[in-house]
Design a protein around this ligand. Structure first.
Ligand SMILES: Nc1ncnc2c1ncn2[C@@H]1O[C@H](COP(=O)(O)OP(=O)(O)OP(=O)(O)O)[C@@H](O)[C@H]1O
Length: 988
C-alpha cells in the first residue's frame, strides 16, 4: 500500500504581483494564504510532499516527482502522472512543456527507453495510444475517425477503451512522432483566460510488456521454465482546467465544453473525497462511473497503480478561491492509498511452478515455526535411537559373522580330524589284521562287532596314536558294538553343521581337561524344552543311532547307564566317558550358542520393531507437517479467496448501485413514456375532436355564411331602403362613406352634417358597417382593399400613416389572405392574440378615423400594444385588448353621451335616419362590449389564463355576450346582422 504522491506547482505570477508579492506564501513543504496585511490566515495552511516554486523547471519536477514512477512502470508497475488545476494554471505547460523546457510526457518517454536499453536480460514491447475525453465522449487522437469510444471491463484486461488504436514503437523518436500526431488532433480553443485552453482531458498511454530473455521458448522447450510476461501501463494525463464562466467569458460551444469539463472534474473531486475518507477499502460506493475520466483512471485512483499528481496553481489574488479549491483537492488526494503490484501474466505451467514454489516457501516458513522445532528435535532423537540400534545390530552381526567364521574353521578342523582318524583307523585295522590271523569270512563280522576287547584295543590304539585327540564319538562307540566301522563312521560323522562346528579346537581344552568332565552339563541342565530340542538337534546325528535301538527317553538311560558303567569301572567306562567327554561340552557350547542366537534373534526382533516404530513415527510426523503445511496453504488460499470475494462484493455492489440507478432511470423513462403516450392519446383524441369540431364548425360556418349572406342581403336591402329614404340628404350608408363621398358630390346639408360633431358616431358606425360588410364580401374589391389597408396599417403599427398608396401597395404585396375566415381565432394559435388585437385595432382605427376626440386616447392605447414579443403573449395581449375594449367603450359612451343630444335632435329632425342612427348607437355600445364578451369566452376556454384575465372576465360579466346579444342586439335586422358578423369573426 502506498499513498498517492502530490506536489504543488506555483505558476510564475503577474508582474505587478511579483513586485508586491502574492498572498500565497511558500515555506519548505507548506503553502499558506496571508491576509492583505501579511498575517497568515487561520486554517489556510496546506502541506504537501513537494511544493515547486515559480522558478522550478519541468525537468526538475520530473526528476523529483515522476521519474521513480516511470522507472517502476518499466519494471511492471502501473503508473499514472496527471496535472490538475484551474484553467491557465500551467497543466499543459507541465505535461507537454515548451520549446525550451521539455514537459513530463516527453521526459518520461525518453526515460522509458533509456531504462529499457539498460535491462539486458529482458525483452520489451512498447505500445502507445492517445485519447481525449471531449464533452464526455472518448475520441481516439491517433485515429480521428474513432469517436465516441466505449469503456469496457474484463478480468484479463481490467478497464479498457474498446477500439482504441495502439501503435507499437521501439524508439523515442517513434513515440514522440505518435505524440505529436495526437496533439495536433486535440481540442484547444481560446478563452479569456488562456489563448490555448485545453477543451478536453487527454490521456497518453504507454503499455510496456516485458519477458525474460533467458527463457526464450526457442532455447528452452520446458514451458514451465518460461518466465511470466509483465504488462504495465503508464498514463500521462493532461486534464482540462476547471473554469468560471465569468472569467473565461465562455458562451455557446465553449460554454458547453466548460460545463462538461467542470462536471467531470467535480466527479474526480468526489472520487478523491470518498477515497480519502477510506471509502474504497470500507466497501463504500465510489462514484467512478459518474464520469468517463474517473472510470478510465479508476486503477490510478485507489487501485493497482502508482500515482503522482501535480497540482498547478495561479497565485494571483483574483484566483484565490480557485487556488484554495485546488489545494483542498490536493490535500485530500494525498490521503488516498494505492496498492501497486507487478502485473504478470503467467502461462499455466509457470503458474504451476509458481504455486509449487509458494508451497515450498510455506513449508519452509512452517519449519521455521516453534512447533516444527519440537518436531525436529523429536525426529532427531528418533534418528539417534535408530542409529544406536543400528550400531548394536551391526555389532551383533559382526559377532555372529565371527562366530560363523569360527564355526567354519572348526568344521574344517573336525574334517581334518576325521580324515586323520579315518587314516589312522585304516592303519590300525590293517595293522591288526596283519598282526592276527583273521577269522574266516563268516566269523569276521562277528569278531568285529561285539568284542569289547577289540574296541578297547582300538581305543587304546587310537589313544596311543593321538593321546590328546582320541575322540571317538558316542555313536561310533555305540555303533562299534553292532556295526562295521565304515558304516558307523558314515552315520556318526553325518552331524549337522552346527553340531559339527562344535567339534573344534576350542573344545579341545575342555575335552582334554579332567575338570571338563566334571563340569559336563547333564540333560537336566538344559533349562527348557528349547534347549533340549537344540541339544537333540545338535545331537541328532549321534542320537539317531541310539534311537534306532532306543527311544529318546532311553537316551537318558543310556546316559545314566554310561554313567553307571563309568562308576562301575566296566569295560565300557572309557567309551562312556568318551561319549560324555565329546557330547556334553558340545551340548554346553550349543546351549550357550543357542542362548546367544536367541538373544540375537530377540534383539533383531526388537530392532526391527523399533525401526518400524521409528519409521512409523517419522511417517506420522511428516504427515503431520504436510497436513500443517496444507492447512496453512488452505488458510492462505481461503484468505486470498476472501479478499477476492470482498473485492468482487465491492464490484457487485457498484454494479448493483448502477443497476439500481438504471432501474430508476428505466422507471422514470417508463413513466415518462406512459405520460407521453397518454398525452399523445389525448392529443389524438383532441385532434379527432377538433377535426370533428372543425367539420361541425365548417358546417356551422357554412350555415352562418348563408345566414350572413341572407342577412347582408337584408341589410343591403335595408340600407338601400334607408338610402332611398334619405337620398335627399346625400348621406350614403355605404361603408367607406368618406372615400365614396370624396369622389362624389355631397350636398351642402350632408357636408355640414358631416362636418358636424354628430358625424363622428355616424361615420364610425358607417365604418364599422363597412368593415364588417367588406369582410363578409371579400370579393368586392373596393371594400376588401380598404379593409386590407386598414389591417395592414394596424399590423404594421402605422395606423396614422397618410400615405395610403404605399400602404395599399404593401397590402397588395402581402399575402392576400385577410379574409374573415382567416381571422377566426383558434386557442393556441400564435396569431390568436394578434388577430384579436388586430380586430380591436381595426375598430379603433375606424373609431379614430371617424372620431376626432378619441384619437389621442386610441393612439396611446395602440402604442401600448407593446413590442412584438409581448404581443405574442396571449394573456398580456388579451389584457391589453380588454383595456382597449374598455376604453373604447368608455370613449364611445363619452362620445355618445356628449353627442347624444345632437344626435337626438338630428334623429328627431331626420326621421328614419334618426332611427338608423339610434340603432347604430346601440351597435357601437354593443361592439365595445363584444370585446369583453370575447374576453370572457376566451378565458372560460383557456383555463390557464391568469387570475387577472379571469378577473377581467368577471368584471365583464355584466356584459355577457350571449345574453346581451339575445336581449339587445337582435332588435334590429341591421345590428343583428352586424353583430352576428362580428361575433362570427371573433368567436373561436
Ligand atoms: N511554470 C510556467 N512557466 C512559464 N509559463 C507558464 C508556466 N505555467 C504556465 N505558463 C504559461 O501559462 C499559459 C497557460 O498555461 P497552460 O496552457 O499550460 O494552462 P492550462 O492549465 O493547461 O490551461 P487549460 O486548462 O485552459 O488548458 C501558457 O502560455 C503557458 O506557457
Amino acid at each position: 500500500m502506498e499513498k498517492i504522491c502530490v506536489a504543488i506547482r506555483v505558476k510564475p505570477t503577474s508582474t505587478q504581483e511579483a513586485n508586491n508579492g502574492t498572498r500565497w506564501k511558500v515555506a519548505a513543504n507548506t503553502i499558506s494564504l496571508h491576509s492583505a496585511l501579511g498575517t497568515p490566515i487561520k486554517g489556510q495552511t496546506y502541506s504537501f510532499d513537494t511544493i515547486f516554486g515559480v522558478s522550478t523547471t519541468n525537468a526538475e519536477i520530473y526528476e523529483e516527482h515522476a521519474k521513480d514512477l516511470v522507472l517502476s512502470a518499466v519494471s511492471g508497475f502501473n503508473g499514472t502522472v496527471f496535472a490538475y488545476g484551474q484553467t491557465s494554471s500551467g497543466k499543459t505547460y507541465t505535461m507537454q512543456g515548451s520549446a525550451t523546457d521539455q514537459g513530463v510526457t516527453r521526459l518520461a518517454i525518453q526515460d522509458v527507453f533509456t531504462s529499457i536499453d539498460k535491462i539486458v536480460d529482458r525483452e520489451f514491447l512498447v505500445r502507445v495510444s492517445y485519447m481525449e475525453i471531449y464533452n464526455e465522449e472518448i475520441n481516439d487522437l491517433l485515429a480521428p475517425d474513432n469517436r465516441k469510444l466505449q469503456i469496457h471491463e474484463s478480468i484479463e484486461r481490467g478497464i479498457f477503451v474498446a477500439g482504441l488504436r495502439e501503435e507499437i514503437a521501439d524508439s523515442v523518436e517513434q513515440v514522440i512522432a505518435v505524440l505529436e500526431r495526437g496533439e495536433a488532433q486535440r481540442h484547444l480553443a481560446e478563452t479569456d483566460m488562456n489563448v490555448n485552453s485545453s477543451r478536453s482531458h487527454t490521456i497518453f498511454r504507454m503499455v510496456i510488456e516485458s519477458r525474460d530473455k533467458s527463457h526464450d521458448s526457442t532455447q528452452d522447450s520446458d514451458p514451465s521454465a518460461q518466465d511470466a510476461v509483465r504488462v504495465s501501463a503508464l498514463n500521462l494525463v493532461d486534464l482540462a482546467g476547471s473554469e468560471r464562466i465569468s472569467k473565461t467569458g465562455a458562451e455557446g460551444v465553449r460554454l458547453r465544453e466548460g460545463a462538461h469539463i467542470n462536471k467531470s472534474l467535480t466527479t474526480l473531486g468526489m472520487v478523491i473525497n470518498k477515497l480519502s475518507e477510506g471509502g474504497g477499502k470500507q466497501g463504500a460506493h465510489v462514484p467512478y462511473r459518474d464520469s468517463k475520466l474517473t472510470r478510465i483512471l479508476q486503477s490510478a485512483l485507489g487501485g493497482n497503480a502508482r500515482t503522482s499528481i501535480i497540482c498547478t496553481i495561479n497565485p494571483d489574488e483574483i484566483h484565490i478561491d480557485e487556488t484554495r479549491g485546488t489545494l483542498q483537492f490536493a490535500s485530500r488526494a494525498k490521503r488516498v492509498t494505492n496498492c501497486a503490484q507487478v502485473n504478470e501474466i503467467l502461462t499455466d505451467a509457470a503458474l504451476l511452478k509458481r504455486q509449487k514454489e509458494e508451497i515450498k516457501e510455506l513449508k519452509r516458513r512452517l519449519e521455521g515455526s516453534s512447533h516444527s522445532e519440537d518436531l525436529k528435535k523429536e525426529i532427531l532423537q528418533l534418528r539417534n535411537d535408530l542409529l544406536k540400534y543400528e550400531l548394536g545390530r551391526e555389532k551383533l552381526e559382526l559377532e555372529l559373522q565371527q562366530e560363523i567364521k569360527a564355526q567354519v574353521e572348526r568344521e574344517r578342523r573336525i574334517k581334518e580330524q576325521e580324515q586323520r582318524i579315518e587314516n589312522l583307523s585304516t592303519m590300525v585295522i590293517s595293522g591288526a589284521i596283519e598282526d592276527r590271523e583273521l577269522p574266516t569270512k563268516s566269523h569276521r563280522r562277528e569278531t568285529w562287532c561285539p568284542q569289547s576287547s577289540i574296541s578297547n584295543t582300538l581305543e587304546q590304539g587310537l589313544r596311543r596314536i593321538n593321546g590328546r585327540n582320541s575322540q571317538l564319538t558316542a555313536s561310533s562307540l555305540v555303533d562299534a558294538k553292532s556295526r562295521p566301522l565304515a558304516t558307523r563312521r558314515d552315520r556318526t560323522f553325518g552331524l549337522p553343521p552346527a553340531f559339527e562346528s562344535l567339534l573344534s579346537d576350542e573344545c579341545d581344552s575342555f575335552w582334554s581337561g579332567s575338570s571338563g568332565v566334571n563340569s559336563l552339563p547333564h540333560f537336566s541342565d538344559f533349562e527348557n524344552i528349547a534347549d533340549e530340542d537344540m541339544c537333540a538337534s545338535f545331537n541328532r546325528g549321534a542320537l539317531e543311532s541310539v534311537t534306532d535301538e532306543d527311544t529318546w527317553g532311553n537316551m537318558k538311560d543310556c546316559h545314566v547307564s554310561s554313567d553307571s558303567r563309568l562308576s562301575h569301572g566296566s569295560s565300557d567306562t572309557e567309551n562312556a566317558q568318551g561319549f560324555r567327554q565329546i557330547q556334553f561340552p558340545l551340548l554346553a557350547e550349543s546351549s550357550r550358542k543357542n542362548t546367544l542366537f536367541k538373544q540375537l534373534n530377540a534383539m533383531n526382533l526388537q530392532y526391527q520393531e523399533l525401526q518400524s516404530s521409528i519409521e512409523f513415527k517419522i511417517q506420522e510426523k511428516i504427515k503431520e507437517a504436510v497436513a500443517a503445511a496444507n492447512s496453512a496453504l488452505l488458510e492462505e488460499k481461503s484468505r486470498f479467496q476472501l479478499q477476492e470475494i470482498t473485492k468482487l462484493h465491492g464490484v457487485v455492489k457498484d454494479l448493483e448501485i448502477e443497476l439500481e440507478k438504471c432501474n430508476e432511470e428505466n422507471k422514470r423513462l417508463k413513466s415518462e413514456t406512459a405520460l407521453l403516450q397518454e398525452q399523445v392519446l389525448h392529443a389524438r383524441e383532441a385532434l379527432e375532436q377538433e377535426a370533428q369540431e372543425r367539420v361541425s364548425m365548417d358546417e356551422q360556418n357554412e350555415f352562418f355564411k348563408q345566414r350572413l349572406r341572407s342577412l347582408e342581403m337584408r341589410i343591403q336591402g335595408d340600407i338601400n331602403q334607408q338610402c332611398n329614404e334619405v337620398s335627399c340628404s346625400g348621406v350614403d350608408f355605404e361603408p367607406d362613406v368618406l372615400e365614396v363621398n370624396e369622389s362624389n358630390e355631397i350636398c351642402s346639408e350632408c357636408q355640414s352634417f358631416a362636418d358636424n360633431s354628430i358625424q363622428r358616431p355616424l361615420m364610425l358606425s358607417g365604418a364599422l358597417i363597412g368593415g364588417c360588410v367588406s369582410r363578409r364580401f371579400p370579393n368586392e374589391n373596393h371594400d376588401r382593399q380598404m379593409s386590407e389597408i386598414l389591417m395592414h396599417k394596424i399590423h404594421k403599427r402605422r395606423l396614422f400613416d397618410d400615405d395610403d398608396s404605399s400602404v395599399f401597395q404593401i397590402a397588395e404585396d402581402r399575402d392576400q389572405d385577410w379574409t374573415g375566415s382567416r381571422i377566426r381565432p383558434t386557442p393556441g394559435n400564435a396569431a390568436y392574440s394578434d388577430d384579436i388585437l388586430a380586430a380591436l385595432s381595426r375598430l379603433c382605427c375606424r373609431f379614430k378615423q371617424l372620431s376626432g376626440s378619441g384619437v389621442k386616447k386610441i393612439e396611446s392605447f395602440t402604442k401600448d400594444f407593446g413590442a412584438p414579443q409581448e404581443r405574442k403573449n396571449l394573456k398580456a395581449s388579451l389584457h391589453l385588448a380588454y383595456q382597449l375594449g374598455r376604453s373604447l367603450l368608455q370613449e364611445l359612451q363619452r362620445i355618445i353621451n356628449h353627442d347624444i343630444q345632437c344626435l337626438e335632435t338630428h334623429v328627431a329632425s331626420k326621421g328614419t335616419i334618426g332611427k338608423s342612427l339610434e340603432a347604430l348607437q346601440m351597435l357601437l355600445l354593443e361592439c365595445a362590449d363584444v370585446g369583453l364578451c370575447l374576453m370572457h369566452n376566451l378565458s372560460s376556454k383557456e383555463p390557464s389564463f391568469t387570475s387577472q384575465v379571469i378577473q377581467v372576465a368577471n368584471d365583464g360579466a355584466s356584459y355577457r355576450g350571449d345574453d346581451f346579444i339575445c336581449k339587445n342586439v337582435r332588435r334590429s335586422p341591421l345590428t343583428c346582422g352586424l353583430l352576428d358578423g362580428i361575433f362570427t369573426i371573433f368567436t373561436p
